[in-house]
Design a protein around this ligand. Structure first.
Ligand code: F6R
Length: 239
């Protein structure tokens, strides 16, 4: 596990964008694993700038997103479908047919999880997976628990996550209680993983990545078993 500590959020976003851009230049049809939340926004802005000045090309890029609230309409401005279109897909030359996100509108959650895993398995596999981290160490919506899932599944959000995500909603009661999420096994299959963390409130979760212990109570610690993980964080997150 490599750790890059940056001065601040902007430097962190530039650092992450350089790595993603290098991957995209090396392999025009790279498969990117994408995250939502506030942390990757700076990275997406950097990628948009690079795309607009012709430095990187999304025309052959494919993407899989980590997760989506469930159930939720694509039109809901809190859906990750909406988020991705707003913050990245509509701003770069990506073919929407090459993007996939667990479908919050699917009538049958279990069938949708199976469809999603099958789509990932049928692809050439994720080249770079971008991750954020929850204050409780969750990656995607794999919440701290005695038991984790390997594959895409429906997850019940913990109080900690509901509270953290309530900043995007009018009331805490409006935060969806469930999500469809890639499992830790699917995440670990990515060839390279970049985990981004910014701010003091991530300090405990990030510190747990710096020793050699692994616990399902901090799902991000499982990343210590992966051979190519880069943690990019700011000084506030590292402390
Ligand atoms: C989002 C996701 C979550 C977030 C995490 C941190 O797709 O998978 O695990 O990465 O909740 O969220 P922010 O970046 O908003 O602090």
């Amino acid at each position: 596990m490599k750790i890059i500590v940056c001065k601040d959020y902007d430097e962190m976003s530039v650092e992450a964008a350089k790595i993603v851009a290098a991957q995209m230049k090396e392999k025009k049809d790279s498969i990117l694993g994408l995250a939502t939340g506030s942390t990757p926004l700076g990275l997406y802005n950097e990628l948009v700038k690079m795309n607009q000045c012709g430095e990187i090309d999304f025309s052959e890029i494919k993407t899989f997103n980590l997760d989506e609230y469930y159930p939720i309409s694509h039109k809901d401005d809190q859906s990750y479908y909406y988020f991705m279109n707003e913050n990245l897909f509509s701003r770069v030359n990506i073919d929407p047919a090459n993007t996939d996100i667990p479908n919050g509108e699917a009538p049958d959650a279990e069938a949708e999880c199976k469809r999603y895993d099958a789509a990932i398995d049928a692809s050439a596999g994720v080249d770079i997976q971008i991750l954020g981290i929850g204050q409780n160490g969750h990656i995607a919506f794999n919440e701290a628990s005695d038991v984790l899932h390997a594959n895409t599944h429906q997850e019940t959000l913990t109080e900690n996550t509901i509270q953290a995500n309530s900043r995007f909603f009018e009331n805490e009661a409006d935060v969806p209680r469930h999500a469809l999420t890639m499992g830790v096994g699917s995440i670990m299959k990515a060839r390279k993983i970049i985990l981004l963390a910014s701010g003091k409130n991530k300090r405990d979760a990030v510190r747990a990545l710096t020793d050699d212990t692994i616990t399902t109570q901090n799902p991000a610690t499982l990343l210590k078993l992966h051979k190519d993980v880069i943690i990019i964080c700011d000084e506030e997150a590292m402390g």
